[in-house]
Write a protein of this length. Structure first.
Length: 226
């Protein structure tokens, strides 16, 4: 297996979507070879028929998009630990995936976008600047001003309430819902630094997630120092 990921300066693998895939692969017991690309390396992943990471090559199958990768792993390797815990769990994980993208990652974007720009090799900075302007109508400097930690923290309230009752979002043990949200925390950790207030119950969960799979996520080069 090969996993294509976005790696910026100082070996920083910033993509929240790639982290979802990395954790899902580890959950299934896979340690794929990773292929690092930059924002400018669209030609390298053109074989996948689109221009985003993660891209997983599993034998003769090419899968892009973190959700589709999770479904591929669940469907192809049903005898390995389940990511969803059945069809109902898969449907709810999909709802949660959409919540993460539209509520959590969108507020995190305003916070992590400029620090991610700072980590982008100079040659790719014009592309990054221009593409983010197309999405938001704002310059990197304007986005940097707008980053709002309070808004990010407020978005996490459903997670806070759930984690007061159970150690992981998926219940007693981690599963895809956890990896889905954790991807965002890895973007923050790697590009920007800590985002949680001291004493936040989400922090205990984040530490447990960092420890999973022999510290896979904790060992990744990051802005945050443990
Ligand atoms: N819906 C996709 C989103 C993938 C995505 O947006 N990946 C970003 C990395 S965070 C990317 O490849 N960006 C390249 C670019 O902005 O040119 C997924 O869940 O995998």
């Amino acid at each position: 297996m090969q996993l294509y990921e976005l790696v910026l300066n100082h070996g920083r693998s910033v993509s929240p979507f790639v982290w979802r895939a990395k954790m899902a692969l580890a959950h299934k017991g896979f340690a794929p070879e990773t292929v690092a690309i930059g924002y400018g390396d669209k030609a390298t992943i053109a074989f996948s028929g689109q221009d985003r990471v993660p891209v997983l090559v599993d034998g003769g199958t090419v899968v892009s998009d973190s959700w589709r990768i999770a479904c591929h792993l669940e469907d192809l390797y049903p005898d390995r630990p389940s990511l969803f815990g059945g069809d109902g769990g898969r449907a709810l994980a999909r709802v949660f995936n959409h919540w993460c993208d539209s509520q959590f990652l969108s507020s995190l974007f305003m916070l992590c976008c400029a620090p991610t720009f700072d980590l982008t090799p100079e040659a790719d900075q014009p592309y990054y600047r221009e593409s983010r302007f197309q999405w938001t109508g704002m310059t990197i400097e304007q986005i940097r001003e707008k980053g709002n930690l309070k808004q990010v923290r407020a978005a996490l309230q459903p997670m806070r309430l759930a984690l007061a009752e159970q150690p992981f979002l998926a219940g007693a043990a981690p599963a895809y819902a956890d990896y889905c949200a954790f991807g965002g925390f890895m973007w923050a950790r790697i590009s920007t630094g800590p985002i949680l207030e001291e004493g936040d119950i989400v922090e205990g969960w984040r530490q447990r997630m960092l420890d999973l799979f022999d510290g896979l996520a904790r060992k990744a080069p990051s802005a945050e120092i443990d």
